[in-house]
Ligand binder design. Structure first.
Ligand code: GRF
Length: 200
């Protein structure tokens, strides 16, 4: 059974989708640990309710980002993941953590448009008519890694940041489970900016 470590910073509804799908036909993998960059968040409660071990590595508890990165990597490695998923994890990963396993992220906009922490707000402010969510491999940049899948969400006249984000997250949760299963079951290679599913 494949092993997934999930990193969270917030409410963890993406994590919940993975917990609900694990060990099923949809996702023949297990979430073996959930890590966070802060304590006291709902994402950690969800993990504990599901009986999944948790850990916290806060940037402020380390002398610098590089030390935090190494500590996070040590925590992640201890759980021997085949895949790391950043599910609403609001920190850029460093080289040590990126070396632990392939890292999958979803972003609530159609990259390369609107990267960063406010993808939903920025798409609304720009006035685009469609936005959505992007699944991509994580590299050292901000939402710059090779794209695996994208789902489109039309923007309504009366959308607010919250209403639009909620609609995006419905598709984002489905896509995350599907892409995680594809990467783990089918394998993948990276050819330039393209992620090719299938054995190497
Ligand atoms: C998702 O839209 C994710 O892409 C973004 O934050 C949201 C996380 O939601 N970075 P949740 O904490 O999983 O509910």
């Amino acid at each position: 059974m494949s092993r997934i470590v999930v990193l969270v910073s917030g409410t963890g509804s993406l994590l919940q989708a993975l917990l609900d799908a694990q060990d099923s036909a949809a996702l023949s993998a297990q979430v073996v640990a959930v890590g966070a960059d802060r304590a006291g968040i709902a994402g950690l409660d969800r993990a504990e309710t599901a009986g999944v071990p948790t850990f916290v590595e806060a940037v402020g508890d380390h002398p610098d980002r590089a030390a935090w990165d190494r500590a996070l990597a040590t925590q992640v490695t201890a759980h021997r993941p085949d895949l790391v998923i950043t599910a609403g994890f609001m920190k850029i990963l460093g080289p040590a953590t990126l070396a632990t396993a392939p890292v999958l992220n979803t972003h609530p906009a159609l990259l390369p448009a609107f990267p960063g922490a406010h993808g939903v707000r920025d798409a609304l402010a720009y006035g685009v008519k469609v936005t959505g969510s992007t699944a991509h491999l994580v590299d050292e940049g901000m939402d710059t890694g090779p794209i695996i899948d994208q789902r489109v969400v039309p923007i309504a006249e009366d959308d607010t940041e919250d209403s639009l984000h909620e609609r995006i997250k419905v598709l984002e949760r489905e896509m995350l489970v599907e892409v995680a299963a594809d990467l783990l079951v089918r394998g993948f290679t990276v050819d330039g900016r393209r992620v090719v599913l299938g054995p190497a």
